[in-house]
Design a protein around this ligand. Sequence first.
Ligand code: PBG
Length: 323
Amino acid sequence: MERRPRRNRKSEAIRSAVRESQLTSANLVMPIFLVDGTGINEQVKSLPVAYRKSIDQVLIEIDSCLALGINKYIMFPAVSENLKDKVASYSYDENNFYLQAARTIKEKYGSDVCLISDVAMDPYSSDGHDGYVENGEIINDITLPILGKMALAQAKAGFDILGPSDMMDGRVGYIRDVLDDAGYYNTSIMSYTAKYASAFYGPFRDALESAPKSGDKKTYQMDPANKSEALIEAELDEMEGADFLMVKPAIHYLDIIHLLKQNSSLPIAAYHVSGECALLIAAAERGWLDYHKAIDETFMSLRRAGTDVIISYFAKIWAERHQ
Ligand code: PBG
């Protein structure tokens, strides 16, 4: 035998020298579920690594994540039902607890923390959809000005990066224009470019109580069967001014991550979503696999496929073991 690839695997010293992908906590983003109030720290039943926290608890969490080298956070609000309406008006009420929390975090940590928002109607919508609903239909162009108001309020509150997760057509360009017109040209946009209509968002919708009241999200989120369509979305997001392209979910869509990485010069983010985490937790609880090794492999697979930025509920758990 002339060639024996195993020689390059014979010791950790050699394996580490030829390792093609690397991962540090600088690549990771930690999600935060925010609730109104103080002293609240409730575990999410269907995602036991995640907690719904009030702002005082979020600050404690940020301190412990910063000590582990995690300085990027993506924050989602759990809004009580009585504040929801058809036009998600609470989302751009400048005194809402989500925008207040962002101001508190940015006042305390400044540029030591990078804070990413969620731009979508669903946490604030009485219909539980990401867009405006009329006779059961999601109306794209009525949704855009609502997203624009939400985005502007978030930029004013100090979010570093806005994350439109709604999948309406034209929303990146619309939001970019609104931000630029108001002087927020330094606020970035991380677009949920290829967001699929996935079964793996279940625990997230439990955490936020944001499931659609009727119908599904298939007229705006992408069909899991499609790949070329991700290129259309990527092309539009680039043209409209996105700073990052995101693929979501992550592990079931490694081919899409690879495709976008090869076809775009923009950094690629992947959202390792709630259901993808939940299935590892459930298997580990049964003793069916090694939890920490499975997390390492999951993250490395995402890096290998071309992910620059990994959003995952396991970010902190990974960082604790790689100091
Ligand atoms: C909605 C939104 C969802 C997630 C992030 N933003 C759920 C959905 O589209 O219904 C899911 C994240 C996760 O499952 O971890 N705008």
